[in-house]
Design a protein around this ligand. Structure first.
Ligand code: SIN
Ligand code: FE2
Length: 216
């Protein structure tokens, strides 16, 4: 399939110490990424997880890689098994690993080896409240976050929940990488505005790559 819009040249925007936005970095690989999402979701379907507090998340999620982020009544955890299918999460598609490798190098984290990729799907109105990514045991590894489809407003704060927020629009093909001093910075996604994107239709996808195991 032809990668529409792939002719735009990527550029970088510094976001915070250890954090950078790689604008349009994923554009050239969008077809393979979309195929990867479809393949993963055909094995481990996207689902609305329920938080330990009993709240059903508005974002639909699935995972690929050796570990997947999920919820249960006790809390948030990484599991090698999809609790819905009782089978291992699908393997990480080669196109995912390759893009993550390139983005990590570009952002200054050449040693990053993700073992988990969370696939988020946002329909209009879906949001992710301000949170820290802190379920991973080794916080030396960064977070690599790929945006596809409809644009969304990304909020990026600091180490404290009430630190001032930067608000930036993440568009199709953008990648945010944060690690080092900003690894535990609060972030979130404002409710998705409805619209239509030629590649994803009426939704936004986000791929979040993490090292969720100890990597030893
Ligand atoms: C996340 O914080 O886990 C996802 C952020 C995003 O959807 O861009
Ligand atoms: Fe997050």
């Amino acid at each position: 399939m032809l990668d529409l819009f792939a002719d735009e040249e990527p550029w970088q925007e510094p976001l915070a110490p250890g954090a950078v936005v790689l604008r349009r970095f994923a554009l050239a690989q969008v077809s393979a990424l979309m195929q990867g999402i479809a393949q993963v979701a055909s094995q481990s379907p996207q689902r609305h997880m329920v938080t330990p507090g009993g709240y059903t998340m508005s974002v639909a999620m699935t995972n690929c890689g050796s570990l997947g982020w999920t919820t249960n009544q006790q809390g948030y955890l990484y599991s090698p098994i999809d609790p819905q299918t009782q089978r291992p999460w699908p393997a990480m598609p080669e196109a995912f690993s390759a893009l993550c490798r390139q983005a990590s190098v570009a952002a200054g984290y050449p040693d990053f080896r993700p073992d988990a990729c969370l696939i988020n799907r946002y329909a209009p109105g879906a949001k992710l409240s301000l949170h820290q990514d802190k379920d991973e045991p080794d916080l030396r590894a960064p977070i690599v976050s790929v945006s596809l489809g409809l644009p969304a407003i990304f909020q990026f704060g600091g180490l404290k929940r009430n630190d001032p927020l930067k608000r930036l629009m993440l568009e199709h093909g953008d990648i945010v990488v944060w690690g080092g001093p900003s690894r535990l910075f609060y972030h979130g996604i404002a409710p998705l505005k409805s619209g239509y994107h030629p590649i994803t239709g009426e939704c936004r996808y986000n791929l979040t790559f993490r090292q969720a195991g100890n990597n030893e």
